[in-house]
Design a protein around this ligand. Structure first.
Ligand code: SF4
Length: 71
């Protein structure tokens, strides 16, 4: 099956340690605010941002970035 970013939902689940790795990897998508205890998804990624999102998922030390098919 073809990988379709638009059919997926990017989110961060419980367990983020605010290390900022995702923000460094894809700052247009992920943001950690100073007072926040978690990273946030600013918007859903475009197709051309797929590689950066997959890299952020790979680098997240807590494996809390999920990008699963929409239900
Ligand atoms: S890389 Fe993972 S643990 Fe680090 S700030 Fe992003 S979501 Fe949180």
């Amino acid at each position: 099956m073809k990988f379709d970013p638009k059919a997926r939902e990017l989110k961060i689940v419980t367990g983020c340690i605010v290390c900022k790795t995702c923000e460094f990897t894809a700052s247009q998508i992920f943001q950690v605010e100073e007072k926040s205890l978690t990273a946030k998804v600013l918007r859903q990624p475009r197709e051309e941002e797929t590689a950066a999102i997959l890299e952020a998922i790979k680098l997240c030390p807590e494996k809390v970035i999920h990008w699963k098919p929409k239900k």
